[in-house]
Each structure stands twice: as structure tokens, then as C-alpha cells.
Design a binder for this molecule. Sequence first.
Ligand code: F6P
Length: 357
Amino acid sequence: MKRIGMLTSGGDCQALNAAMRGVVKCLSCSGEDVEIYGFLDGYKGLIYGDFRMLTGHDFAGILTKGGTILGSSRTPFKLMREPDENGLDKVEAMKQNYYKLKLDCLVILGGNGTHKSANMLREEGLNVITLPKTIDNDLWGTDMTFGFQSAVNIATDCIDCIHTTASSHGRIFIVEVMGHKVGWLTLNAGMAGGADIILIPEIPYDIDKVIKAINEREARGSRFTIMAVAEGAISKEDAKLSKKEYKEKMKNYTYPSVSYEIADKIQKKSGKEVRVTVPGHTQRGGSPCPYDRVFATRLGAEAGKLILKGEYGFMVGYKNREVVKVPLEEVAGKLKMVSPDATIVKEAKMVGISFGD
Ligand code: F6P
């Protein structure tokens, strides 16, 4: 008999359900007797003992369902060691619930912050297996996270739709893409959508170079320009500021987001009108794409295999087209960013995409 606790933490994304289904199906197909404790709303459920007993039926028909059947929430890692408003020690509470329910292990699905907390629980002596989810694809130790390809599809669809309007009206458009502090999503959706300019956090932009790229397009007879801008895009000047200076500057920031600032700068410097579209959370929504369904099922199945073997303390990731187990301590606290020297960036430049650098 295996007693498994499961939770999904942080921002949701597509294929969370598919991954959990993969774990549970693998365990039940093995013939092993399993009890599943689904903790609700991320780490909160584990802290406050808020869980639901789940059976195979709960995982039937959810392969294609977006969101998470367990609910999710953000419980910042930096607050984990701070008592809650009633003085409860969150880490101790999680351990007590784990031991009270006599769990064999926790299966934790999440992104960067979630992995830091999962690693902390491992250090505290709990058996933990994690699965890498996030539309940002910024988790260290895996080439791919589930949710990412689905989000690329949605952001690309958005750019495609804007393309037709931009070409009809001969306009400059910015599509602002999620991705937090990294540019994977913007880079991939931008290339897939045929964006002319792609701005990502890893390659700080020079607004004059951005305007130059627009002017050059116009000189070549192009009626419109599509820009894919990451929500974390940053100018060369701002990138030079220290963390403290940048924080200070942001106190007086009046734009709704970075794209509006870039649009305003272009307009003021060149007189050209720029429209902004922000698909926002739609990028995390809806049904997972086929790639993510297969990918999450594979990772889930491999997590099930590790549980059956009693191998804990790993994230199930993907390296060089193989599903691999990566020690949690190697993953926690590290960001996987786009290298400005990556071949994909060079290839994008070879086909004329400007990064404003
Ligand atoms: O990490 C996923 C993500 O969607 C990021 O791309 C984005 O910056 C952030 O979450 C938004 O978070 P929230 O849903 O809490 O607004």
C-alpha cells in the first residue's frame, strides 16, 4: 500500500491535470494499492490539513481539462519560515500533517518558488517527487516544462490575429507575452507568429535600435510592424541600475506594463502610433495542447515509477529528448534563462528579427 499526498502550487497552467492523471494511472496500472490525498490550493492545503481523498474516478476525463482539480495558490518560499497570522509554524504544520496521514511521499507540481519549498521539505526529511509546470519554461534542470507549449500556441494565435489587423491598417502593434523574468515564451511565440521585433529580458533593448528596425521595415515597403514584447523586457539603461535603484525608479512607474512604456517611447521619439495587446492570463488557460498532454503524461508516469521504486528527492524532467530524474537540490533556486548567444537567438537574427540590441 502506498499513501501519496499530491498538490499543485503557484500559477496554474495547462496539463497539470494530465500530469496528475499520469502519476495515478501508472500507480493503479502497476496493481499497487494506492491512497491519494489531494491537498487543496497548493501548500496551503498541506499547512492547514485541507485535503480530499481521491480515487481513480477523480482522475478520469481530466486529460484535456485545463487548470487543476486540486486548486492552486501562491505561498511564497520566503514566507514559509515565517509564522502565519495565528503564530502557526508552517513548516512544522506541513510535517505534522505528512506524518499524521502516514504518507509515503508527496507529489508536488509547480514552478520555481514551488521547487524551493519542495526542496526545503526534502531537507526536513519528507519524501518528495516534483513535476515541472510553468508556462515560463524557466525551471533549471529540464529542457521543457509542461504548460509551455500550450501557452506558446495561445500567444502565437494572438500574434496571428494581430497580424491581419496590423497589415490591413498598416500599424505598429505590440503583443505583450507573459514569462515573468525570462523570454522563452516571447521568443518562441514571437518566432512562430512571425514577429519583426522580439524584446526579452535577457537582451536589454535600446529604444533607438527598436525605432531603427521599424524605420528600416518601412523603407523596405512594409506597411506594418509586429513586436512581441516579454512582460519582463527591460531597457539597456534600466538593466544597468542596481536592484535598489531599479526598485526606487519603479515606485514612480505610471504605465500599466512595460509594453505601454515602449509604445509611448516609440510614439514620442518617432511620432509613430503604436497599439498594445495583452493576452495576459489567457496564455495559461484552456485545454492543454496535444504536445503537453503527451509530455505531462510521460512525466507523470515516470514519477509513478519512482514512487513504486521508493526513489525520492527528484524532479522528473526532460533532457536531450529523454525523461530524466534530477536531484531537487540541483533544481531549487535556479532560473533557466535564454542565453543571448543561444543558437535560436542567432537564427532569429539571421532571418531578420530585431532584438533591439
Ligand atoms: O509563472 C507564470 C506566470 O503566468 C508568469 O508568466 C506571470 O508573470 C505570472 O505567472 C503572473 O502571476 P499571477 O497569476 O499571480 O498574476
